[in-house]
Design a protein around this ligand. Structure first.
Ligand code: XBP
Ligand code: MG
Length: 230
């Protein structure tokens, strides 16, 4: 096995339970602000997570459950406006510090830095969201160590497509064999595997029963994980 040189972290569901406690709440606040009677409870949102990307998820929901929403209007404009409101709410929620890192995440990041590993992120979410979450949860000298952050629409095809990992690997200028991806979901795992990466999966309440075939290891928490074992 090649020497490990970098860790590439997914954000949502991996660093923190942002889906349930952040994105879902922000979507619901946006629905209220736009006068929509939509509401995504925890269970409904769990099902909607199979569609990655907030704009893509909104479009899917409207097409499936409220097709009249688009009648005679420009769907792209509507989705973009709704999503911009959602992002504003998410940034405020995440920025307030009420979404903590999952257990073991901060420690793993700090130990990785101490061992000289390079750090990056590969996520489907909007860049402002990453910035808000990191600012509220990690000290600035630690945040600075993430040298590549691949987020949102920098690639056309979101996870489970491997494009975002390919984008990050290219900027790290490293082959996939010398990196480890850390993901929480089936879609994220597929994206990492598609880019040739070894992938550690840290499951959460939303993803516990998903198919993680092909993962290097599957754990329920990053707590107690030794960098030397990666
Ligand atoms: C995360 C997502 C994101 C968030 C919403 O997937 O699917 O879409 O739910 O973010 P992953 P935006 O953890 O696999 O990267 O609304 O900013 O798109
Ligand atoms: Mg995720």
């Amino acid at each position: 096995m090649e020497t490990l040189k970098a860790l590439i972290f997914d954000v949502d569901g991996t660093l923190a339970d942002t889906e349930r406690d952040g994105h879902r709440c922000a979507f619901n606040l946006a629905f209220g602000e736009h006068g929509l009677e939509w509401h995504w409870d925890e269970q409904t949102y769990g099902r909607l997570l199979s569609v990655t990307g907030g704009k893509e998820r909104l479009r899917h929901y409207a097409e499936q459950y409220d097709p009249a929403f688009f009648a005679g209007r420009d769907a792209d404009v509507l989705i973009r406006a709704l999503h911009a409101t959602k992002t504003r709410h998410y940034v405020r929620l995440a920025g307030s510090g009420r979404i903590p890192l999952r257990p073991g995440v901060g420690c793993l990041i700090e130990t990785a830095i101490a061992r000289g590993l390079r750090l990056a992120m590969a996520t489907t979410t909007t860049p402002e969201n990453v910035e808000a979450l990191l600012s509220a949860t990690l000290p600035e000298p630690v945040r600075r160590r993430f040298e590549v952050i691949g987020a949102g629409d920098v690639v056309a095809a979101k996870k489970p497509a491997s494009d975002i990992y390919a984008w990050v690997l290219e900027r790290l200028d490293l082959p996939p064999e010398s990196c480890l991806a850390i993901e929480d979901s089936h879609n994220g795992l597929q994206a990492a595997l598609g880019a040739g990466l070894r992938c550690l999966v840290t499951r959460n309440d939303y993803t516990r029963n998903e198919d993680f075939s092909g993962a290097w290891r599957v754990v329920d928490t990053l707590e107690g994980l030794a960098v030397d074992d990666l």
